[in-house]
Structures are given as C-alpha cells and as structure tokens.
Design a protein around this ligand. Structure first.
Ligand code: FES
Ligand code: FES
Length: 183
C-alpha cells in the first residue's frame, strides 16, 4: 500500500451529502493516509471500504465477535466500536501488516502449523489479538492467552488449537530473538 494510493479521492472516500466530512490523517500499516470521511464512519468500514483492507472482517452487529480486531497504537481494539475520526494522528495495524516481504509472521506460521483455524473467518481478529498479546507478554500462560482472546469468538475450532498456536508463536518469537525476553 502506498500513501498516494490511499490518499483520499472523492470516489474512494465515504462522504456525506451535507458536506460535513471530517479530514483525518492516520498511519495504517506504516503508511500515512489522509482521508475525508463522514464523521460517523466506523473504523472497520473505513479500512474495508475506503482503503480496501478487507482482511479485517465484520462478523456481527453487536460488538461481540472480534472478527474486526485491529491494533490501534499497539492495542487490540474492535474496529466496529471505534469511529475512524478517533484514529486521527494515531497508528492502525491490520492483519495485512503481518506478512512482510512474502514472509509470514510467527503468529501466521503458528496458526497454520497448529491448525488454529478451520473456516478462517475469525482468524484475522484472532491473530491481531495474539500479536498484541505477544508484543507485551513473550511467554503467556494458557490463562493469559484465553483472557487475551476472550473478545474473539470462533465457531469452528473449540479454541484449543488457537491457544496452542499462540503459545507456539510466542516460542518462535523468543527463539528468533535468542532470548526469553519480549516478543
Ligand atoms: S464485527 Fe463483530 S465485534 Fe466487530
Ligand atoms: S475458524 Fe471458523 S470461526 Fe474460527
């Protein structure tokens, strides 16, 4: 994604007929974005419909499923509960940021290896919650993992392999760092 590609254009922005749009400047997956949007635009709609980042899913309209989880200034948030204007001047990371230069992140690798997904609909949100957890807790306990993903619902896996995947990702990150320290 280039900044230019996601600088606002009239065709791509979510605009209101009344001309009461808000201008935001936000860093999304490391790229600066400027956009004109309706103030009521939810972050999840901004990401999917304006920026085309459809890896962030919408699984409910009750703020329960967590499929829409992204990182806002490093913290996992449900992007259906955040207004896009609230991200002005801040940093957003979506699931698209996990793979870099064709290399999957440890979390992505571990979800594959541990069969941490079946249909995959919850997986982007799960991986973003896992990424936030492992950034602050390198070797989380099962209880810590289950607490970190308590806002992410999965209808397929029964969660066991998701927990294993997150534990495995933590181990991978520690091995890569050559320490027992922070992920
Ligand atoms: S779409 Fe379900 S919690 Fe956001
Ligand atoms: S893998 Fe299907 S909802 Fe989680």
């Amino acid at each position: 994604m280039s900044a230019a590609a996601h600088a606002v254009s009239p065709a791509a922005s979510l605009t209101s007929a009344g001309g009461t749009n808000a201008r935001i400047r936000v860093t999304v997956n490391g790229q600066a974005v400027v956009a004109e949007i309706e103030p009521r635009t939810l972050l999840v709609h901004f990401l999917r419909e304006v920026l085309g980042l459809t890896g962030t899913h919408i699984g409910c309209d009750t703020s329960h499923c967590g499929a829409c989880t992204v990182l806002l200034d490093g913290k996992a948030v449900k992007s259906c509960t955040v207004l896009a204007v609230q991200t002005d001047g801040r940093e957003v990371r979506t699931v698209e940021s996990l793979e870099v230069g064709g290399k999957l992140s440890p979390v992505q690798e571990a979800f594959i290896e541990c069969h941490g997904l079946q249909c995959g609909f919850c997986t982007p949100g799960m991986m973003m919650s896992a990424t936030a957890l492992l950034a602050k807790t390198a070797n989380p306990t099962e209880a810590e993992i289950r607490d970190a993903i308590r806002g992410n619902l999965c209808r397929c896996t029964g969660y066991v392999n998701i927990v294993k995947a997150i534990q495995s990702a933590g181990q991978k990150m520690q091995s890569a760092a050559g320490t027992g320290g922070k992920a």
